[in-house]
Each structure stands twice: as C-alpha cells, then as structure tokens.
Design a protein around this ligand. Structure first.
Ligand code: GUN
Length: 176
C-alpha cells in the first residue's frame, strides 16, 4: 500500500483498514483521518500517539480497558478481534498448559483489581514465558508507572498492526 492511496481514502475506507490499530478504539483512527495528508506512514502513527497523549488519565485508562485479557475469557470463547487473536497465537498464549492458564488468570485478576485496567503488553514481541514473568513483575508497580507502561505497549502494538497492514499491500478494503 502506498501513501498516496492512504491519503486519498475517504474516512469509511480509512476506518475499514486502520480502525483497529488501537484495539477496539476506532474513534482514534476516525479522529486521525482529519490530519491528512500524511507525509509518511510514520506520521499516521505520530498522530495516533499525539491523540493518545492529549487525553487525560481517564482517557488513557479507557484505551487500556478496551484490551482483552491475555489468555482470558474472550480468547477462550473465540471473541477476540482478529488482530488480538493473531498476536496471542503468535506469543503461544493459545497453547498454555492448564497450570500456565491458571497462573495467567490469577495474575490478570490481581492486576486488574490493583490498577482498574488490564495488563497490556505487545504480545507479538514476546512469548508466553516472558509475558508471565513481566506480568508477575509489573503487578508490583505503582499505578502511575503502569499507566505509562501500558500506553507504551499500546503504541508498540499499533506499530506492528500498521506494519502488517502496509505489508499486505491491499490499497482498498475488499468486501464481498
Ligand atoms: N498485546 C497484544 N495484543 C493484546 C491484547 O489484545 N490484549 C492485551 N492485554 N495485550 C495485548
């Protein structure tokens, strides 16, 4: 996909393609569309980051709350977005032993009780052992640190989702 194609998309096309670069937050993509023309693909990501950074703490927490638990209920019931499904698959979170699954569940619950949002990590840059280790360590952090870390991870996830879209090369949504 080239930049010209992206810059010439109407907002429906832009949302169809980039609507889930931030998990279940198409409103961010919809807002960023008004910033065209983009001079580079990096600029799309920069605008997304800018939008996120402009939000108050409650807005940033809201973004984190749109993320499903890793190896959680949505995964077990096949309710994940296709992006999240692929990321969790790739990190090995869909093939946990029952002991690992139980540990993840306990840690996810502890994390959410403490912070009021789920544990977010760029799963694709990690694997199940590292994720369990990170979760065990991050649950000890101060809430302000975890908000920053969670949002940093959201931006990494966004970067990989953008790359994925751009490498696929389809300039327009193909709907049957
Ligand atoms: N890391 C990559 N994808 C996801 C996701 O969908 N949820 C969480 N919690 N972390 C992720």
């Amino acid at each position: 996909m080239d930049l010209e194609a992206v810059n010439s998309m109407n907002y429906e096309q832009f949302l169809d393609i980039f609507g889930n670069i931030i998990e279940k937050c198409p409103v961010i993509t919809a807002a960023v569309w008004s910033r065209r023309p983009f001079l580079s693909f990096c600029e799309v990501e920069d605008r997304v980051s800018e939008f996120i950074e402009s939000l108050p703490t409650s807005g940033k927490e809201g973004i984190l709350r749109c993320h499903p638990d890793l190896a959680g209920r949505e995964q077990a019931s096949g309710m994940l977005t296709k992006e999240s499904q692929e990321e969790q698959n790739q990190a090995g979170l869909t093939s946990l032993t029952s002991k690992e699954r139980e540990r993840m569940m306990l840690l996810n619950t502890e994390y959410k009780q403490k912070f009021g949002f789920p544990f977010v990590i760029c799963a694709k840059m990690s694997n199940k052992d590292q994720i369990i280790k990170e979760l065990t360590s991050r649950v000890q952090n101060h809430p302000s640190v975890e908000l920053l870390k969670g949002i940093e991870e959201v931006k990494k996830i966004c970067h990989l989702r953008m790359q994925d879209i751009l490498c696929k090369g389809s300039p327009l949504p193909t709907k049957l």
